[in-house]
Each structure stands twice: as structure tokens, then as C-alpha cells.
Design a protein around this ligand. Structure first.
Ligand code: NDP
Length: 329
């Protein structure tokens, strides 16, 4: 039986622990596809699951990694053949099924998307779940009639994976982007990506009245908590807030006033269970009209499986930026 290196997460009588182990390469069953993984990546959820600081894994032990891109080696699914370049994000990956932190991945073919022309496996993982979710947020905003003339779009958690890619896509679509970041040293990078203005985390305008002066056309929020509450009070009539993340907290304190007096839309973004046609559509956008120019600019670091624990801790402390690529071999 061929073997591979994989980053395994355990939670049993001896406690929560994770690290690189040697395990068997799985055999694809009917409907499944076996890939050789070129790249996986580190997302905030991977850091929560890899450290045990968030309850995001249902079945133990398993291989971590909520996304991966690679090439099909064996297929028991009619839609895929050896040599196809594919991406897997969400579904059960690193939840109740092995994920991308290994040399191989065996998943139902129904979870895979073939890479559109213009995306190779490296660029695809420079985007990864973060880019896919940023694209979902943009899709939700546009579907709800967000337009550039409504005012600047605020992007919070701007130096993170989702934030950086949301800035690049929105700027490409001619929205003025205001970035909120706790990393002043990254201002030149955020401007290069497309941010027109940058605010510190404590510099959001407005007080704590139910409605404050409307300054933002809309927002892409990766932070949640007090920051999201503040944004609801300061978005212009019929502007939209795409709610993605919880890096700053899970509570939301606001009133109904922004929604019933300004028609503000609070749009939930959930990237795990999206129907397959929309998945394909979003990756197609990422390869074409929403393509991030010079995607290597998104790279925060490229690491091996062995470096994952240190990166997880740094990410949860807000100390990483951009996208972290994982090269399993
Ligand atoms: P990253 O860690 O790459 O980015 C998060 C960013 O948030 C940091 O870079 C930092 O940016 C900011 N931040 C971190 N801690 C705090 C804090 N305490 N207060 C305010 N800002 C903070 O994560 P991702 O980009 O991968 O994910 C962003 C969020 O979106 C996460 O909460 C993640 O769980 C969520 N997510 C949700 C998805 C969904 O399907 N709904 C899919 C993907 C991600 P800066 O220093 O610039 O302020």
C-alpha cells in the first residue's frame, strides 16, 4: 500500500494534538476521485481546527486543510479523468472528511471543480477558500444592486486572505475601496492591491447611536463583533454588508434602524455548502473578469506541512497577512 505524509488532527483521551504522520494513500471508491495535491493553503478556519481553538472539526482523527488544488491521478467519477487540474474547497473537507494537508486527496467527484482556462493550481490556491469567499461576497453585493456610485466599500480584516482579495476584485470592478487594517506597515501593499483609503481598526467614523452619518456605500466584513455593529450604523441607504467572518468576535450589537430606515442589506456569506453551479460560476469569474492581477502579490508565505502549527498560532494572533500556500511535497 503506497503511503504519504499528512498533517493529522487527533482529539481523544490523550487530548487535542496535531502533527505530520505517515498514512496510507486512500483508494477511490465509486464516485470518488484521487488527486495528487500541488498546493493547499492556510485559512483562518484551518488555524481554529489545527489548534483546537475553534470547534470546527466533527470527526477525529482526520487530515486538516479546508482546500486544495491538484491533478487527478485516478477517477471513479464520470466527469473526471487522470490529468484534469481541479480544486476542492468546503464541503466536508477538514470537517468530517480528510482535507488538503497531505500529498493526496480522495473526495467525491461532486465536490470538485475543474480549473477554468487561465487558472493553474498555484494561482488557484493563492486564491483558495479566501478568494472563493471574496468572490461570493462580491456576487452577493452585485446581486443586491450594489453600485460604485453608492459610495466606498469598506473591507475589514483587509490584510487577511479574504480581505486582500476582496479589495483587488472590488477595485477591478471600479468600486472605491476603504480598507480597515491593524497593520500600518502594510499600507503600501493594500494600496497596490487597490485600496483608495486605509483606516486603523479604531478609526471607523460614527458613534453609538442607532444611525450615524452614512459614509460607506457598503462593506465586506471579515471581523464581526463591534466592528460589524459600527458598520451597520454608517452604511448608506440600500447599501449592503457582506458578513463573512468572526476574526474580531461573534456578537452583533445593533438595532433594526439601519434595516428599516435605510434599507441596508446584511448579506450572509457561507462558502462551504454552495451549490455546484454557483461554485463553477465563481471560479470562472476569478479566472476572467474578476481575476486578481499579478496574483503572486497575494502571497504572504509558502510553507511545508511541518510549519503549520507555528503559522496557525500566528494567524490566530492576527500576525499573518495575505495568503499562506502549503506545498505538501
Ligand atoms: P486571515 O487570518 O487571513 O485574516 C483575518 C484578518 O482579520 C487579519 O489579517 C487581520 O487583518 C484581521 N483581524 C485579526 N484579528 C482581528 C481582531 N481581533 N480584530 C479585528 N481584526 C482582526 O483570515 P481569512 O481571510 O482566511 O478569513 C477572514 C475571516 O473570514 C475569518 O473569520 C474566517 O473564519 C472567515 N471566513 C468565513 C468564510 C465563510 O464561508 N463565511 C470563508 C472564509 C473565511 P488586519 O490586521 O489587516 O486588520
Amino acid at each position: 500500500m503506497p503511503t504519504q505524509r499528512a498533517f493529522r488532527i487527533h482529539n481523544d483521551d490523550t487530548g487535542y494534538r496535531a502533527g505530520v504522520e505517515t498514512i496510507d494513500v486512500p483508494e477511490p471508491a465509486a464516485g470518488e476521485v484521487l488527486l495528487r495535491i500541488d498546493y493547499a493553503s492556510v485559512n483562518y478556519k484551518d488555524a481554529l481546527g489545527g489548534t483546537g481553538k475553534g470547534k470546527v472539526i466533527k470527526r477525529f482523527p482526520l487530515t486538516g486543510g479546508i482546500d486544495a488544488a491538484g491533478v487527478v491521478e485516478r477517477s471513479e467519477h464520470a466527469d473526471f479523468a487522470p490529468g484534469d487540474a481541479v480544486v476542492a474547497t468546503g464541503h466536508g473537507m477538514a470537517f468530517d472528511h480528510d482535507g488538503g494537508y497531505a500529498e493526496h486527496l480522495c473526495v467525491p467527484g461532486d465536490w470538485l471543480v475543474k480549473l477554468p482556462d487561465g487558472l493553474d493550481t498555484r494561482t488557484t490556491m493563492l486564491l483558495g477558500t479566501a478568494g472563493f469567499t471574496a468572490a461570493l461576497a462580491v456576487h452577493r453585493l452585485l446581486r443586491n444592486d450594489q453600485r460604485p456610485e453608492m459610495g466606498p466599500i469598506l473591507v475589514t480584516g483587509a490584510s487577511g486572505g479574504v480581505g486582500a482579495i476582496a479589495i483587488a476584485i472590488l477595485a477591478k470592478l471600479c468600486f472605491e475601496v476603504a480598507a480597515v487594517s491593524g497593520k500600518p506597515q502594510l499600507q503600501p501593499w493594500l494600496k497596490e492591491l487597490g485600496a483608495a483609503q486605509i483606516l486603523g481598526r479604531n478609526e471607523l467614523p460614527g458613534g453609538d447611536r442607532p444611525l450615524e452619518k452614512a459614509v460607506w456605500g457598503g462593506a465586506v466584513d471579515n471581523v464581526g463583533g463591534d466592528m460589524l455593529g459600527q458598520i451597520t450604523r454608517t452604511v448608506a441607504p440600500y447599501g449592503n454588508i457582506a458578513s463573512i467572518g468572526l476574526a474580531g468576535g461573534t456578537d452583533l450589537h445593533t438595532t433594526v434602524m439601519p434595516f428599516i430606515l435605510r434599507g441596508v442589506g446584511l448579506l450572509g456569506c457561507e462558502s462551504v455548502h454552495i451549490a455546484q453551479p454557483l461554485r463553477g460560476e465563481l471560479w470562472q469569474h476569478l479566472a476572467t473578469d474578476w481575476r486578481v492581477d499579478e496574483p503572486e502579490r497575494l502571497l504572504g508565505a509558502e510553507i511545508t506541512l511541518d510549519a503549520l502549527p507555528e503559522v496557525f498560532e500566528r494567524m490566530l494572533a492576527g500576525g499573518t497577512h495575505g495568503r499562506i500556500l502549503v506545498k505538501p511535497t
